[in-house]
Design a binder for this molecule. Sequence first.
Ligand SMILES: [Zn+2]
Length: 271
Amino acid sequence: MPELPEVEVTRRSFADRIAGARVQAVRVGKPLRWPLGCDPQVLVGQQVQVVTRRGKYLIVHLDGGVLLLHLGMSGSLQFAPQLPPPGVHDHFELETSHGRLRLHDPRRFGAVVHAPSLDDARVRKLLDGLGVEPLEGGFDARVFHEALQRRRAAIKPVLMAGDIVVGVGNIYASEALFLAGIRPTVRADRLSRSRVARLHAAIIQVLQKALALGGSTLRDFSSAQGESGYFQLDAMVYDREGQPCRVCGTAIRATRQAQRSTFYCPRCQKP
Ligand SMILES: [Zn+2]
C-alpha cells in the first residue's frame, strides 16, 4: 500500500512539470472508491496551479476547484508527455498541455474527487480528521505526548489511526517503534515523556529516510517516473519474523494488532 513517503515522492515527481498546464481532455474508467463528483467536462479548459499533499491525499489545485487523488491500496500515478494506450486498470486520466496524468489502480480502492474548493463539505469530510504532518513544523514532541496521554489503546494502532499524526502506516510504525525501543503493545497513555520524545524523533527519522530513498518498494507502487525505492531492503523489523535482530541478534517476533501484522524485537523493544 502506498504510504506517505511514496505519495510525497509521487507528488515531487510531477508537481513542477504539471504546474501551469491546461486540461484538454478527461478520461474516466471504471468506478473508483468514491465518485468524481462532477461532469468530467467541467475540468476541461481549467489550468493546474500547484499540487500539494495532505496526509495521503494529493491535491491538484485548478483555477476552478480542486481534485483530490488517493492511491488507495494499489494505485500509482504516471505523468508523461506520451503514454501507451490505457489498459484495463487505468481508471482516470487528465490529458493536459504538459502531458498525461494517469491513475493506474488494479484494486480500485483509490479515488479522484473534485470539489469547488477545499472548504467544500465533501473535502472537509476527508481531510478534517487528519492528524499533524510529521515532516512539517507542526509536529511537536510535547503536544504529541499530551495527545498520547488521552489514548488507552496500544501505541502501534494509535499511531496507525492517523488522527494524531498522519503518515505512520504499518511499515513505518513498526520501524519507528523499534528505533525508539518501544514494544508495539505498550499502552499509549503509559509512555513517559522521554520515551515519547524518542518515538517522535524516530518517526521523523524513519519517514525522512524513506523519502530520501524514494519511498519503499511495494508490489504495486511506482512513482510518477516509474522509479521505485529501496526502504524495505534495510528494514530493521518489518516483515522479518524469525530473522535475527540487526542490533542484538534475537529472533524478530510477529504478532497481530488491529488486524495488521506487527514485528518487533523482544529484547530491544521494552514493554
Ligand atoms: Zn534486538
